[in-house]
Design a protein around this ligand. Structure first.
Ligand code: IMP
Length: 197
């Protein structure tokens, strides 16, 4: 299938997230035109990020006459939070932040945790919705460390680089192992595969 003239929208209000994804598309040499589309989506309260992502996708699908995707992610702390903040990550980050999470888990510092990302993708040529997921496991750091990244990066230590928090990695290092990087690479693999069929 010819995808060289495909214009693909990434629906997000976050310019830096868009630029990160654009960088991955360029390094992976995908021959589609990626554009940012900043339109309001509807966010439901659900107990998993896949449902949130699918609802968001469907809330704008009729307004967009092209292929597009949205990404949804969350930070999940095992003990003693049983997966919290999860689907509430962005609200919890805005309200209590990293200090609040460290205070909440208190004696459990070093608790296992993970990030998950879901990309919901509407592929117009096939009139199909596809889901691509990514996840990265690790633990909560005893204190905030590092200056790079965003959100819960300063308190997350990935298993694959156990001496650093996400905030101490360059964006390239983080992308190689991150939940979002994995989900994006799965989307790119799909586009490359379909372009050969
Ligand atoms: P979003 O759905 O990608 O906007 O992610 C929701 C929230 O999860 C963000 O506001 C962040 O607080 C948190 N989050 C998601 N991905 C990351 C990440 O890679 N690092 C740190 N925090 C993240």
């Amino acid at each position: 299938m010819q995808i060289e003239n495909l214009i693909l929208y990434f629906v997000t209000g976050n310019k830096s997230k868009f630029n990160e994804v654009l960088k991955i598309f360029h390094t992976q040499k995908v021959k589609v035109t990626l554009q940012q589309l900043n339109i309001e989506t509807v966010e439901i309260q659900a107990d998993n990020i896949e449902d949130v992502a699918l609802f968001k996708l469907n809330s704008v699908k009729d307004k967009i006459n092209r292929s597009f995707f949205i990404e949804d992610a969350g930070f999940f702390v095992d003990k003693p939070l049983k997966g919290f903040p999860g689907v509430f990550s962005s609200y919890v980050f805005k309200t209590i932040g990293n200090e609040g999470i460290l205070r909440l888990i208190d004696d459990f510092r070093g608790s296992r945790a993970h990030f998950s990302a879901v990309i919901a993708f509407y592929f117009k040529p096939l009139d199909k919705i596809l889901i691509f997921e990514g996840g990265v496991r690790g633990k909560v750091s005893k204190e905030m460390r590092g200056t790079k990244g965003f959100g819960f990066d300063p308190i997350f230590i990935p298993d694959l680089i156990p001496n650093k928090t996400f905030s101490e990695l360059t964006s390239q290092e983080k992308n190689q192992i991150s939940h979002s990087g994995q989900a994006i690479r799965k989307l790119i693999s799909f586009l490359k595969k379909i372009s050969k069929e």
